[in-house]
Design a protein around this ligand. Structure first.
Ligand SMILES: [Zn+2]
Length: 270
């Protein structure tokens, strides 16, 4: 599943193709993915110029000179293909620029989404309205995290996956950051002191930044826009490493809560 670093990498790849370019073709090839495409998608994008690209949590943003923002989510299996040799059946939406470049949103499991909103209404978009700070922004610091989890008895791992506390931090990065900070995933969030929260915030920023730098990670079939597979998986310290040795010598464990796996080391995470 594409996580925040993959989305960041995807946006960077799309930026190189789309930024500043006129959209001469916007072609939905079906009526929906996870939910219906906006009915005026083609009309609002055709003839518009792309003025910038960005990311919010795991959503990619494509801004146009018509004060619209195309918002995409890659779901479980989504990826953008750049200048594909031919359009295939899982390419569900296509953009073509005046320069003749083509990008196709490919999503065989169809858990992705496309929305278009007015720029001024971006923060009010239904998936953004209750969203917490971006983990890589200065708004996300130990003070903000402490405020958000104060008095909460829920495990810190669950709190880190709560989008209203921090936006877009996925399961892999929550596991890795907790390991890096030496914090047990099951520890009651409200009981963690400020110095440990400082370490946790730094760890979150570090694991995300490292993954973005590596060009996005992959568990399965994610492809970056330039067609190269992501490749960060081998570098995880605990994620997916149940039964293997932690760097401290203890064995990495896995627990499952609400169908979600948590990988951790009971020896160096307290
Ligand atoms: Zn360990």
């Amino acid at each position: 599943m594409p996580e925040l670093p993959e989305v960041e990498t995807t946006v960077a790849g799309l930026r190189a193709v789309l930024d500043g370019e006129m959209i001469v073709r916007a072609e939905p090839r079906r009526s929906d993915l996870r939910w219906p495409f906006p009915v005026d998608l083609r009309q609002r994008l055709t003839g518009a110029r792309v003025t910038g690209l960005g990311r919010r949590a795991k959503y990619g943003l494509i801004h146009t000179d018509r004060d619209d923002v195309l918002i995409f989510h890659l779901g479980m299996s989504g990826r953008w293909r750049v200048d594909p040799a031919e359009i295939e059946k899982h390419d569900h939406f296509i953009l073509e620029t005046g320069a003749g470049r083509v990008v196709a949103l490919n999503d065989h499991r169809r858990f992705g989404s496309l929305d278009i909103v007015r720029s001024g209404e971006l923060d009010a978009f239904r998936h953004f309205v209750a969203m917490g700070p971006e983990p890589l922004s200065d708004d996300f610091d130990a003070k903000a995290l402490h405020r958000a989890i104060k008095g909460r008895a829920a495990p810190i791992k669950a709190m880190l996956l709560n989008q209203s506390i921090v936006a877009g931090l996925g399961n892999i990065y929550a596991c890795e950051a907790l390991h890096m900070a030496g914090i047990s995933p099951t520890l009651a969030a409200g009981k963690i002191g400020k110095p440990r929260l400082e370490r946790l915030v730094i760890a979150i920023k570090e694991v995300l930044a490292a993954a973005i730098k590596a060009g996005g990670s992959t568990l399965r079939d994610f492809a970056a826009p330039d067609g190269e597979l992501g490749y960060f998986a081998k570098d995880w310290l605990v994620y997916g490493r149940e039964g293997q040795a932690c760097h401290c010598g203890a064995i990495v464990k896995r627990r499952v809560d609400s169908g979600r796996s948590t990988f951790y080391c009971a020896s160096c995470q307290r």
